[in-house]
Design a protein around this ligand. Sequence first.
Ligand code: G3H
Ligand code: 13P
Ligand code: ZN
Length: 321
Amino acid sequence: MIVPTKILFEHAYGDYALGAYNINNAEQTLGLFRGAIASQAPFIIQISKGARKYTDKRILEAIIRASEEIFPEAVFAVHLDHGDEETAHECIDSGFYSSVMIDASHEPFEGNVATTKRVVDHAHSKGISVEAEMGQLGGVEEDVAVDEKNAHLTDPAEAKEFIRLTGADSLACAIGTSHGAYKFSGGQGLHFDRIKAIKEAIPTTPLVMHGSSSVPQDEVARINAAGGKLKEGAKGVDPNQYLPAAKLGVCKINIDTDGRLVWTRVHREFFRDTPAEFDFRPVGKVFMAEYAKFIESRNVYLGSAGKLDGARAHAKKALGL
Ligand code: G3H
Ligand code: 13P
Ligand code: ZN
């Protein structure tokens, strides 16, 4: 059942976080649904601009609609990840998305407010909610490269003013994370003091954490042992920090890179071990099973495991079903 993101946030707020997982193809989607059902967790499917362009956005929509039928138990929302203004308006008009992200965080404060407000006004007129971003994460976000050293954390007072001016429904905050496989070189981690201060400034706004992959070191080592050349030693977010962040109002935790690492490990090892193989289906099956296991494990860390029935009951009540 596809439900409004807002309804999932109401259920999760202050208790657990929803995993927001990016999808690009059928194998990722099936692995995601299988893992979500196995862990009995509600979740968010994210589609980036790059994913919409990879095959065709209509194919992704069809895969998600088919999955909804194949897994009638599932409770989830569909979200545009890192939208620009044009894509956000297009997704709002499509009638398919539960929520959109407008990422104008590279603009100065006033510009970010103006762009976000236009998207919020349009989205709210169609009953869709909007995630905005304030502050800049390190790493690479699609076309916008931000030097890790220049990444600045979200300012709580600015966040309050930003929400007041835009009416955005949730806020992606810079709280120490960055996108990709190279996040922290040493012992850095989440800035819990900053999360607390932002929550105090905007106590009813669900917070979103981007760049939340954990970059498991054993995964990186296996990839490199099978011929990969990923930089070793760069850590991601400690998954044991997901739940403490959720208790402070972080409702949506974005995980994409870790799934790519699962894909890379499975494929490198498979073809190393079966060099005569050229059918993509046997390895695809292994990937779907491994990705489902990965999703299941993340949902336990996020605290969303076991929340499926409660989320469904809440959604049905809120939707008058
Ligand atoms: O934050 C970006 C997500 O990991 C999506 O990545 O734009 O390469 O699809 P992508
Ligand atoms: P990771 O690169 O840490 O998986 O972050 C994904 C993300 O923030 C998608 O919006
Ligand atoms: Zn992101």
